[in-house]
Design a protein around this ligand. Structure first.
Ligand code: BGC
Length: 728
């Protein structure tokens, strides 16, 4: 960032939220150009064009941060775009600054305070003679109403291709803090893939629907002619209902529409400012003959390098794995969101901490989380509480929920483990401390008492669906998570060479109190016994008799024959089983196809991970209309068990970033082979096992720079760099 702080924020004198504005300026170059650099940001999202050519390969810049505290600046080399005479047009729409609409919540309202779309930029031109000129945004720019007549993150857009603002106004300067400007820290948001339309459907209700075959996040690019003035409307949906009709009730307040006002000339359009979560589109008011080739879905997310692959002999698991990856694609659009379709699309902390381990296998998410954790720290309150969603659009105060707020410890720790990034621990240590110190104020004799929490969200212990946050005792979860988070904090302090005794004492007191209150003879006490309670005790190491606790967990699973956990227990239950001698039972859960299970959604035709174990029921009816996303990555956390246990590739926390690799693959009679690969910072890691003639052969690939140990059937093998083969 060099010049932008000297530029002036500009806005249209009249246009406020929900419309896009084009800021324009013409200027002549003073000589031959050596280089040109545009620094730019916006209140809203922008698309910049110089002489008709788009600047950069990114979309939705400057992304979504805690806008009042951090606003990213994009720096682009535009040397090739500058000519002798130049016209620069910067379109800005509200983007993530629209209304937060999720009706069931009381937080509804404007979520960022800014009522206008606005822009700030500085274009530096260096001439061949060494002279430098800077073109700044300022009141000498014109502001025009855009052809994008309406743009709202949840409702969609209206584009009028014949609209021309006959009365451009002079842009108005206004003050906006410049100490919030930061260079882009996250990944660019880009168009990643194009998905062709698969099928044209006329539904029983007579709707014209196109199926892209994959639930995804992005927008539709389409070619249209139409008649002048005709309003062609594309609606978006994730599923069809039981009768096969277009289903949008689960979008709640989000209209998710794209309206195109035609002018009778054939053209191809895609929206620069809006995205949707969808597999199906419904076309209304199209007078053209509908041809599939005229519609393409463009998949958009943060530019992350794909690092992990998994495959096994069971096609259903492979489909589940594909759904997990698509869940990440759909929800890693600058912020880790709960879902991309309904009137929410928020950076729910709980969901992010549940999924981050899987995310870090699938893709290189280091930079993505560095950015988001920067916002988490910026939004953490003076009390140390961590808001439910980051960026914090709710403005919560001195309340926070365990397992959600713990993103403050779990996420930096995972980035450290996966990428050996010590800096993230440095950067997050104070935030971890503030959160732990906050809980300290809530502890009574080591237990977190009298406090509101989300609980084991969407679990199946509760007797009715509406009670889906009941089930496992919320305060048990809270103390367990305190013990877990304080463990991470203590390890962080040690890595940073800092004193940790005070927190060790605090943690030990809580462990004692937990054992006293919630456990009896190595088992979770009867009143508290659930799968989630056992899984937490085992995975967080809060049991004085792991064998007994594991036996209890195995009983709880075997009694009903299926998983009952919600957001809190699901990431750990398989680990808790397979780490304690119940590998077959863990595989039973993974391979189960009846409801409730991961494969149930696969059986029902899912192409992403559902929010509920039964988002769609066996008979095709829906779990509910109010909270039913078909692209919610949380339960996709099973991915980390597939990579880390079924295939057995684990990071070693005493030597992170896969500098030392632990291979501990777990076989099962029902699978003939499992293989996974992971592109680490040290190089390519592979693990494969296959069964042939009653024997299992394991192949491990270790990068040159790493050390590795394999554990198979109680035996330990020290591996060499390169390919290692072991037959048992
Ligand atoms: C979101 C979740 C989130 C939850 C909090 C929901 O509306 O979609 O994924 O974690 O609220 O309980």
């Amino acid at each position: 960032m060099k010049n932008i702080k000297n530029a002036k924020w500009i806005r249209h004198p009249e246009v406020h939220v929900d419309k896009a504005v084009d800021f324009c300026k013409s200027f002549a170059a003073k000589g031959k150009i050596a280089s040109a650099t545009l620094e730019i940001t916006a209140l809203g999202v922008f698309e910049a064009k110089i002489n008709g050519k788009k600047v950069g390969d990114f979309v939705f810049a400057p992304g979504w941060t805690s806008y009042n505290k951090r606003l990213q600046v994009e720096t682009c080399d535009v040397t090739d775009l500058i000519k002798a005479n130049n016209r620069i047009v910067i379109g800005v729409a509200p983007g993530w600054r629209g209304n937060y609409m999720a009706a069931p919540f009381h937080y509804a309202g404007n979520y960022i305070g800014a009522k206008e779309v606005a822009m700030l930029c500085a274009l530096e031109i260096v001439y061949e003679n060494g002279e430098t000129e800077v073109v700044y945004s300022g009141k000498d720019w014109k502001a025009k109403e855009s052809k994008v007549r309406y743009s709202n993150i949840y409702n969609g857009y209206i584009y009028d291709c014949d609209y021309v603002d006959a009365k451009p106004k002079s842009a108005v300067e206004f003050p906006h803090p410049d100490n919030i400007l930061i260079d882009r820290v996250g990944e660019k948001i880009i168009e990643v893939k194009r998905v062709v339309a698969k099928k044209l459907i006329i539904t029983p209700k007579g709707e014209t629907v196109i199926d892209f075959g994959q639930n995804l996040t992005g927008y539709v690019e389409f070619t249209i002619k139409g008649n002048a003035g005709e309003m062609a409307t594309i609606r978006h949906a994730e599923v069809l209902d039981a009768e096969g009709n277009f289903y949008t009730e689960n979008l709640r307040g989000a209209k998710a529409e794209a309206v195109f006002i035609c002018n009778g000339k054939k053209q191809t359009y895609k929206p620069p400012y809006n995205f949707y979560g969808f597999r199906y589109i419904c076309l209304d008011g199209f007078s053209d003959e509908i041809k599939l080739k005229n519609f393409t879905a463009v998949v958009v997310h943060s530019e992350m390098k794909r690092t992990g692959y998994f495959e096994c002999s069971d096609a259903r698991i492979n489909k589940l794995f594909s759904n997990i990856v698509w869940g990440q694609r759909g929800n890693f659009l600058d912020v880790p969101t709960d879902c991309p379709q309904r009137d929410e699309r928020l950076g729910w902390t709980g969901d992010a901490q549940v999924f981050i381990k899987t995310a870090a296998y699938n893709y290189d998410v280091e930079r993505f989380f560095i950015k988001w954790l920067g916002d988490l720290r910026a939004d953490q309150t003076v009390w140390g509480t961590v808001p439910h969603v980051i960026p914090d659009v709710f403005g919560v105060d001195d309340e926070c929920s365990s397992a959600w707020a713990d993103a403050a410890t779990v996420c930096p720790w995972q980035i450290y483990l996966s990428y050996a990034n010590k800096q993230i621990l440095e950067d997050s240590a104070d935030s971890m401390k503030d959160y732990i110190d906050y809980i300290k104020t809530r502890l009574v004799d080591g237990l977190w008492v009298q406090h509101w929490h989300f609980g084991d969200w969407l679990n199946l212990d509760a007797s009715t669906a509406e009670d889906c946050s009941k089930g496992t005792d919320k305060l048990l979860i809270a103390t367990a998570f305190f013990i877990y988070s304080s463990e991470i904090f203590i390890k962080t302090l040690k890595i940073l060479g800092k004193e940790s005794e005070e927190y060790e004492a605090l943690r030990n007191e809580s462990i004692k109190a937990f054992l006293n209150k919630y456990m009896k003879e190595g088992r979770i006490a009867t009143d508290y016994a659930t799968q989630t309670a056992c899984a937490l005790a085992l995975h967080f190491g809060i049991t004085d008799n792991a064998k007994e606790t594991a036996a209890q967990l195995a009983e709880l699973v075997s009694e009903c024959g299926h998983i009952k956990t919600g957001f809190v227990g699901t990431p750990y239950i398989l680990h808790a089983l397979s780490d304690n001698g119940y590998t077959k039972l863990a595989y039973d859960l993974v391979l189960r196809e009846e409801y409730p299970s991961w494969l149930f959604s696969v059986k029902m035709g899912a192409t992403t991970i559902w929010e509920h174990w039964d988002s769609v029921r066996e008979d095709g009816t829906m779990w509910s209309t109010t909270m039913n996303s078909f692209n919610h990555y949380a339960y996709g956390c099973v991915g980390d068990w597939l990579y880390g246990d079924a295939a057995g590739i684990k990071a070693d926390e005493s030597n992170p970033g896969y500098a030392n690799i632990i291979f501990r693959p777990l076989t099962d009679e029902r699978l003939d082979y499992v293989k996974a690969s992971l592109e680490t910072r040290k190089g390519l890691v592979k693990s494969e096992w296959k069964r042939e003639n009653g024997k299992v052969t394991y192949t491990f690939v270790v990068p040159e720079e790493s050390t590795a140990t394999a554990y198979i059937g109680g035996k330990k093998y020290v591996l060499k760099a390169g390919t290692n083969e072991i037959t048992e």
